[in-house]
Design a protein around this ligand. Structure first.
Ligand code: MG
Length: 394
């Protein structure tokens, strides 16, 4: 059993909302296909995945460095010991040959696209949804009485619009509510503190209670501004205050965690186990309060993410506090398979990758993955034309 070809297609993201720091116009995603030599129904079994949304495609790193290393490897070095599946950790080690530690940058997203495609490929080889493959690989129970597949989900959005920003914010959240969501996240930090408080008040008229609404500053503030924001919003009793400052400014994070009583959320810009350990050592996260948002698609895939979970548990944190960044099918299967705290969803933006497929069920603020093999990307509305292009001739 071997991987015979690896393809990459850079796909533009539709929609141009903005958060406090960046506009998403121009963002792209690397859609990857791992083509195996196993033939089912006349076609090769192919693993499909992508790196995360809200960033950029990684065609250069993939095509110049990682794909050649993978195709040059001995097939037996990439297989699980019983030969029935591919070994994601072995694939990751192979595509990282010659790379030095640290300085992760875009490399960790490029590697993630391939590593996650291995999970999709293994699930398709086993004829099961990816959450089942993931749960088994990480020794999680598959007993349906103990493992809940319907995971909590919140609708993320609440971006800044150039006109009638607050009115459009309220309408946006009302629309999400109509789609079955009962928790929300909006952007802050892109306007004055007074204006952001008015945005929060408007959002609360839809969310109903502070614990149904999170805010995300996307690393906008310095320590003084983050502390001021924390003081201004503390009384709202929000679900969480996300990325108040630079995600690698652990002293800032520690200062906020001492001053702000509500939950803080961070981690989407931590791309390795070592990054996470630095947050735990120096950022002052509080067990049972704070939220971790590391995203396998940004951080070398599920192999590295599993090591991050082990580390969190060694430090006394619980996986129920993990809400991976990136609301899409891949992370839904990760959250369900690993019994994490929940998912986000982007009903309006980051298309065609954001949100879930018709095979998933969203109701009562929970989302359940479909039972089709793998991550089920072929069922995601809008992705099919890109998958056809990626897999042309197979
Ligand atoms: Mg965020």
């Amino acid at each position: 059993m071997r991987i015979v070809e690896v393809r990459e297609l850079t796909v533009p993201l539709a929609g141009t909302p903005a958060n406090a720091v960046v506009s998403f116009a121009g963002h792209t995603v690397s859609l990857v296909a791992l083509v195996s030599d196993q033939i089912r129904e006349g076609r090769p079994v192919t693993g499909l995945a992508f790196n995360s949304i809200g960033r950029f495609g990684q065609a250069g790193i993939l095509k110049e460095r990682m794909i050649p290393r993978l195709l040059a490897a001995a097939p037996e070095d990439l297989q699980a010991s019983d030969g029935s599946a591919f070994d994601p950790a072995a694939v990751l080690a192979t595509i990282l040959q010659g790379e030095k530690p640290g300085g992760h940058g875009d490399r960790s997203g490029a590697a993630a696209a391939i590593e996650l495609a291995v999970w999709d490929l293994n699930a398709r080889l086993a004829g099961e949804p990816a959450y089942a493959t993931i749960a088994r690989a990480f020794d999680r129970t598959l007993d349906p009485t103990e493992m809940r597949l319907d995971v909590p989900v919140y609708a993320a959005g609440g971006y800044y619009y150039p006109d009638d920003s607050i009115g459009r914010l309220r309408h946006e959240l009302e629309r999400y509510h109509g789609l079955g969501f009962d928790a929300f996240k909006i952007k802050i930090g892109g306007a004055t503190l007074d204006e952001d408080c008015r945005r929060i008040e408007a959002a609360l008229t839809v969310a109903g209670a502070g614990d149904r609404l999170a805010v995300d500053a996307n690393g906008r503030f310095d320590t003084e501004a983050a502390l001021a924001c924390g003081r201004a919003i503390e009384a709202f009793g929000l679900r969480w205050f996300e990325e108040p400052g630079d995600p690698l400014d652990f002293a800032l994070h520690q200062a906020i965690s001492k001053a702000y009583s509500g939950p803080l959320a961070t981690g989407e810009n931590l791309f390795s186990v070592m990054d996470v350990e630095n947050l735990l050592r120096y950022g002052g996260p509080r067990s049972g309060i704070d939220i971790f948002q590391m995203d396998p698609g940004l951080s070398y895939g599920l192999t590295e993410y599993g090591r991050m979970l082990d580390l969190l548990e060694q430090y006394g944190f619980h996986r129920s506090g993990c809400f991976p960044h990136g609301g899409h099918l891949i992370n839904l299967h990760v959250v369900a398979g690993l019994s994490l705290g929940g998912c986000e969803a982007y009903p309006d933006v980051f298309q065609p990758f954001g949100g879930y497929s018709e095979r998933c069920r969203i109701e009562g603020g929970r989302v359940t993955p479909g039972e089709e093999p793998g991550f089920g990307l072929e069922w995601k509305e809008g992705l099919a034309p890109y998958l056809e292009q990626l897999m042309a001739g197979l």
